[in-house]
Ligand binder design. Structure first.
Ligand SMILES: Nc1ncnc2c1ncn2[C@@H]1O[C@H](COP(=O)(O)OP(=O)(O)OP(=O)(O)O)[C@@H](O)[C@H]1O
Ligand SMILES: [Mg+2]
Length: 889
């Protein structure tokens, strides 16, 4: 009784196939209770597809693969992957590879039990679902935890989620006939239907149970059940009983598969009697799946695994895991996940004695940013006498898991093992990093500088210097940071990781200074060298992201931000609990949303960033500052002030290099509270400070903020030789020649137009902002044009403003609020009706007023709004941000 014919489910099958062939590429996920028939339906659907027309990949996630990063997609990803890729790189590479293998055919990715995907695999599935020409189909069991990227499949409209219900009575009868290979007596079918409640697996287990107890008989070709079972037994009870009746040999086959699936057939046959393997397959407990060139063994149903694992005593579980690890080591680790699999089995079975294996596996897990797994492995390596290097790895990971004190303890425990300069150098850098960023001890910089100077080998010294440089940058000792970093780059003996870290330091500084081209070139080099630094220093990625993110944010390159957010696919770092990565990317994402005027998303995303970074000293201040900005954009002064206070409380002194962002937010918070003098004073002082620090990139944005507050003509900077001071607009003109990119000349034009330009100039500037998706700036420039135009000719400008505001969510910046005239309740009421096209006479009737009163009100409204008449009223109302029901249409 291995596999019987497929019965019923015609509508569901049709739906699945039309999802695949459908025009919008939207996939389909079936959810339902255990055993209801989801996997079978999916299999039938996949089998109905022609491999000539579709490139099909089928994956079944399982509890055993869920523990390994990318374990769930091991059948899809080739054994060999290019070295040194970031997780994002792996994702991109994997998607490219699938597209290549598909050779133009549409891709279908079928995932059974998608809830069991490990987080990175889940992230990859999401990415595949978003790619062109791909459809994701699959199953989910009800009541299970679902990884976020999988949940996002239907919230992002990439798939439909359909509940698969139980089989009906007719389908059940059909299924019974299929199982028993012959018709079934009506009373029997009815009883079994009630007992199984239309659950296919339960039906099958029931049939197995009653036939093994001899209660099933066949008369004149018709099956009849004579037994007396009245209460429905549970599915797991039935499975339990069946497994309990297995011979020890067959049972151990099923157990090995339960703990090791997917397991190569050859491997299994080394550990078990081939006859027992065969019996287990005949009994429908395990099944063979072709994968590439080999046969893999899996459980026929995941519930068997659950029952087995639950009932397996701890000692036996450990023995099995140790056996599996032995087996895989004997045949040689061949697949990309084998090292991690062996290491995890060793850990779980208490046979983790090989520190080198654990250390390798720990580094690999950290390289995939799976912080919890990396922590376990590195700790085991240390406990297995891995000594100095295990301590170094563990401490580094602990630092990124926001556990700095433990990291210091670990490091100090191996202080006695520093026998040479190489170790001393490494020890100093990790300890320095933990102490500086983890514990906010600023004196660290001087300490490691002094100790680093005593190292004899130039390579060791370079490593320490590179760390000193980036610390100095963070605490705003920029001149020294630059000199040190440059010295590292000049030193041929410097190890690659040290060199690239130094390059990140310089690139970050260049970004702040507005030298975006150089900064971008430097980062491109760091990236090109990734294969050579990633194993040694996976967290260098963070320094790279910060330098790159600073450049993109300052240069207003929102598409660039989108690219790195999608690229790193923040979920991936989130999945591995690599919070600094996730948190920083979320801040960037919120920033881009804010400049686009998507204030809902900006607020939500920045709140998310604050939550992820709550236990960290590194970016928490930045995250709260971004939240303050989002709240200010929405005109929510109280929220903005609260967020700013939180930013001040959490901002670590060792992150001083981020001060421009925090102080810029403070300006927005003052403005949101309608304290424009304070905002202007603060931003002017900030611009001066940035100028003194040479942060021209930041200075430009702060001056732009002043223009937005209608201060283009305000004086800034020192008194010049002519005795006067420059205006904001003049300083921006200077900066536009020193700062790279498209933004500076545009901002300078904006300032000029705002200071003394015509509405047409302002509208031209607005168009250029809008073309770059900088919606808030565009809307504000348009709003200024509307104001400047006065009563004459505001119509088209208002139309444009309305169109821009339709793109965004709630926006209530000072420039936009200015535009809001104060209309009385009654005036609003009448204006809204008039804008909808209701005649004055009808309005009068509706509101019990005379037509003349209505007309008088309307005239007042026109003059307050600066419009000529009814025709312009609609756009004028719509262009007024923030009033209740922004769009009267
Ligand atoms: N329509 C059907 N026709 C024939 N056999 C079916 C049908 N539906 C399910 N089965 C069989 O019933 C058993 C249980 O179904 P399946 O494995 O698809 O359940 P499931 O919903 O995937 O459960 P789980 O959530 O535990 O994975 C399988 O042996 C399957 O082949
Ligand atoms: Mg299933």
């Amino acid at each position: 009784m291995s596999r019987w014919d497929f019965v019923g489910r015609t509508d569901e099958l049709h739906r699945l196939l039309s999802a695949i062939g459908g025009p919008d590429g939207r996939g389909l996920l079936f959810s339902g209770s255990a055993g209801v028939g989801k996997s079978r339906l999916l299999r039938e659907g996949v089998a109905a597809l022609s491999p000539d027309r579709y490139a099909i990949w089928s994956v079944s996630a399982s509890a055993t693969t869920a523990a390994l990063p990318f374990g769930g997609l091991v059948q899809v990803l080739p054994a060999e992957q290019p070295q040194g890729l970031s997780p994002a790189g792996i994702l991109r590479w994997a998607v490219d590879l699938l597209q290549e293998q598909a050779a133009g055919r549409p891709i279908v990715l079928a995932i059974d039990d998608a809830h069991l995907l490990d987080p990175p695999s889940a992230a990859l599935v999401h990415l595949i679902a978003r790619a062109e020409n791909t459809t994701v189909i699959g199953t989910l069991r009800n009541g299970e935890q679902i990884p976020l990227p999988i949940r996002a499949l239907w919230t992002d409209d990439l798939v439909d989620l359909v509940e698969l219900g139980p089989l009906g009575p007719t389908e059940t009868t059909g299924l019974l006939a299929a199982i028993l290979d012959g018709p079934v007596d009506a009373g029997t079918a009815d009883r079994l239907f009630r007992l199984s409640a239309g659950n296919a697996l339960l039906l099958r287990e029931l049939v197995l149970a009653v036939s093994s107890s001899g209660e099933l008989s066949r008369t004149y070709g018709i099956w009849k059940w004579t037994g007396r079972l009245e209460l429905a037994p549970s599915l797991t009870d039935l499975i339990d009983t069946r497994i309990g009746q297995l011979t020890p040999g067959v049972r151990s086959v099923v157990e090995l598969v339960a703990f090791g699936e997917p397991l190569g057939l050859q491997l299994l046959q080394r550990a078990a009697d081939p006859d027992d393997v065969e019996t287990a397959e005949e009994r429908g407990l395990i099944s063979m799946v072709h994968d590439d060139r080999r046969l893999d063994v899996r459980l026929a149903h995941p519930l068997y695994g659950e029952v087995i694992r639950r009932h397996c005593p701890v000692s036996r579980t450990r023995r099995l895991q140790a056996t599996l690890a032995d087996l895989l080591e004997q045949v040689g680790k061949r697949r990309r996940d084998d090292l991690l699999r062996v290491a995890v089995w060793r850990l779980d079975s208490g046979t983790a004695q090989d520190p080198a294996l654990l250390l390798d596996a720990g580094a690999q897990a950290f390289g995939r940013y799976d912080v919890p797994l990396a922590t376990r492995l590195a700790r085991a390596a240390l406990e297995a006498d891995g000594g100095f290097y295990a301590a170094e790895l563990l401490a580094t990971i602990l630092m990124f898991a926001d556990r700095p004190s433990e990291a210091i303890e670990v490091l100090d425990s191996v202080a006695g093992e520093i026998h040479d300069d190489r170790r001393r150098g490494r020890w100093l850098t990790v300890r320095g990093m933990v102490s500086y960023w983890g514990l906010s001890r600023e004196s660290t910089v001087e300490e490691i500088a002094a100790q680093g100077a005593t190292l004899a080998d130039p390579a060791d010294q370079a490593r320490v210097r590179a760390f000193e440089a980036i610390m100095r940058l963070h605490r705003l000792d920029t001149g020294a940071a630059l000199r040190l970093a440059q010295a590292v780059l000049d030193r041929p003996a410097a190890p690659v990781a040290a060199r690239e870290l130094a390059r990140c330091t310089i690139a970050h500084l260049q970004a702040a200074q507005g030298q975006y081209r150089r900064s971008a070139t430097a980062i491109a080099r760091v990236q090109a060298e990734a294969a050579r630094w990633r194993n040694d220093m996976p967290y260098l990625q963070l320094a790279m992201e910060l330098a790159r993110g600073t450049r993109l944010a300052l240069s207003g390159d929102l598409t660039g931000i989108d690219a790195i957010v999608a690229d790193e696919f923040a979920d991936l770092a989130g999945a591995g609990d690599f919070r600094l990565g996730t948190g920083y990317l979320a801040i960037l994402q919120a920033y881009a949303a804010r400049l686009r005027g998507r204030s809902d998303e900006a607020l939500k995303t920045s709140l998310g960033a604050c939550a992820v970074l709550a236990t960290s000293q590194v970016y928490a201040g930045l995250a709260h500052a971004e939240r303050a900005q989002a709240a200010a954009l929405r005109g929510d002064a109280a929220h903005a002030a609260e967020a700013m206070a939180e930013a001040d409380r959490t901002h670590a002194p060792g992150m001083a290099v981020l001060y421009p962002w925090l102080e810029q937010a403070r300006g927005a918070v003052y403005a949101a509270a309608d304290d424009l003098p304070a905002a202007v004073k603060h931003l002017c002082a900030l611009a001066d400070r940035l100028r003194a620090d040479g942060f021209a990139g930041h200075e430009l944005l702060v001056l732009l903020d002043l223009v937005r507050l209608d201060q283009a003509a305000a004086p800034v900077g020192p008194t010049c030789t002519d005795g006067g001071r420059r205006t904001v607009a003049q300083r921006l003109a200077e900066l536009s020649e020193r700062v790279d990119g498209m933004l500076p000349p545009l901002v300078a034009r904006y300032a000029r137009a705002a200071a003394d330009g015509s509405p047409t100039d302002l509208l031209a500037v607005a168009d250029d902002f809008a073309a770059r998706d900088l919606v808030v700036y565009a809307a504000e420039a348009t709003a200024l044009a509307v104001q400047r135009a006065g009563r004459d000719g505001t119509g088209p400008a208002r139309e444009r403003l309305a169109a821009l505001l339709r793109h965004g969510d709630r926006l209530a910046t000072p420039a936009l609020r200015q535009l809001r005239p104060t209309l009385s309740e009654r005036e609003w009421e009448i204006a809204r009706l008039a804008a909808e096209g209701v005649t004055s006479r009808l309005i009068a009737e509706q509101l019990y007023l005379s037509s003349r009163t209505v007309e008088n009100h309307l005239q007042r409204v026109y003059s307050k709004l600066g419009v000529a008449g009814r025709a312009e009223l609609r756009a004028a109302l719509r262009s007024m941000p923030g009033h209740d029901g922004t769009d009267p249409a």
